[in-house]
Design a protein around this ligand. Structure first.
Ligand SMILES: NC(=O)c1ccc[n+]([C@@H]2O[C@H](COP(=O)([O-])OP(=O)(O)OC[C@H]3O[C@@H](n4cnc5c(N)ncnc54)[C@H](OP(=O)(O)O)[C@@H]3O)[C@@H](O)[C@H]2O)c1
Length: 249
């Protein structure tokens, strides 16, 4: 079995690589930081290929698919980032880059590998969304919106595959705060306790293998997502604003 993991140089992607390698997977690891990927490769005991590229550039994404078309069994769409601030104050170009990486790259890789998988009637896609997918996110508007896109697209695909009685599977990972480099890039710190990346990854792999569609690590986050459904959207945005505001460094 072979898995392609985007954003494998740190955080969740790196831990997915470590755990899947322990389970015997050969790996294709993708990110911009060649040095970090090479260091990680040294730690792993299965066959590892490194692809150093900026995945917010669609030409790179297409080339990546061309190279690994019909050569992988599991795609983990994970590379992503967020920014913090009021929508009318944040940087437009950074947000467009985020939309490229968090939406377009997920969209393109999901589509192209799904076509391969459906043809041979096997394969799995794990799309890393976030608990941010379930509601609007004042002070992180663009990030929350990108994760809602990934969640919604993946849910729709799930139903199409189910109706076709396909053996191809899709899962959506929706963690709350996780202790990774995410916050450094977003220039914030979590106001609430964060989960360990390795625990999130172990839980995600377990649920993925049980074909659980939406994977929400931690009971607290599950309760919060459940309670969210019974609140008005206006109440939810007030609460989310307060949570986000507590993140300012
Ligand atoms: N941490 C959280 O609290 C949390 C919660 C829910 C969901 N998530 C989601 O989990 C995913 C992984 O994030 P993380 O928390 O593990 O953060 P992280 O430690 O910052 O990892 C992000 C990964 O994405 C890669 N990446 C970023 N920009 C890229 C680009 N343009 N091209 C290629 N690779 C790129 C980074 O590698 P390079 O810098 O080497 O390119 C890195 O490997 C993201 O989609 C994030 O939205 C995170």
């Amino acid at each position: 079995m072979k898995a392609l993991i985007t954003g494998a140089s740190s955080g969740l992607g790196k831990d997915f690589a470590i755990e899947l390698s322990k389970q015997g997977y050969d790996l294709v690891l993708v990110s911009r930081s060649e040095d970090k990927l090479l260091d990680l490769k040294k730690e792993l005991n299965t066959n590892v290929e490194i692809e150093t590229m900026d995945l917010s550039i669609m030409d790179n994404v297409i080339k990546l698919h061309n190279k690994y078309s019909n050569k992988i069994d599991l795609l983990i769409n994970n590379a992503g980032f967020g920014t913090f601030g009021k929508f009318y104050e944040t940087d437009l170009l950074v947000e467009l880059n985020m939309i490229d990486l968090n939406i377009k790259t997920y969209h393109v890789l999901t589509k192209l590998f799904l076509i391969d998988f459906v043809k041979r009637d096997s394969g799995r896609i794990l799309n890393v969304a976030s608990s941010a997918a379930f509601q609007p996110g004042p002070l992180m508007d663009t990030y929350y919106s990108t994760k809602a896109y990934v969640y919604s697209m993946s849910m729709g695909i799930y139903e199409e595959l189910r109706r076709d009685k396909s053996n191809v599977k899709i899962n959506i990972l929706c963690p709350g705060p996780v202790d990774t480099s995410f916050n450094d890039r977003a220039k914030v710190s979590f106001g609430v306790k964060s989960l360990k990346s390795i625990d999130v990854v172990r839980y995600a792999i377990k649920c993925m293998n049980k074909n659980k569609l939406v994977i929400i690590p931690s009971l607290k986050m599950k309760i919060s997502v459940f309670a969210n459904r019974f609140l008005s959207r206006k109440s939810v945005i007030k609460i989310t604003y307060n949570i986000q505001k507590s993140k300012i460094n």
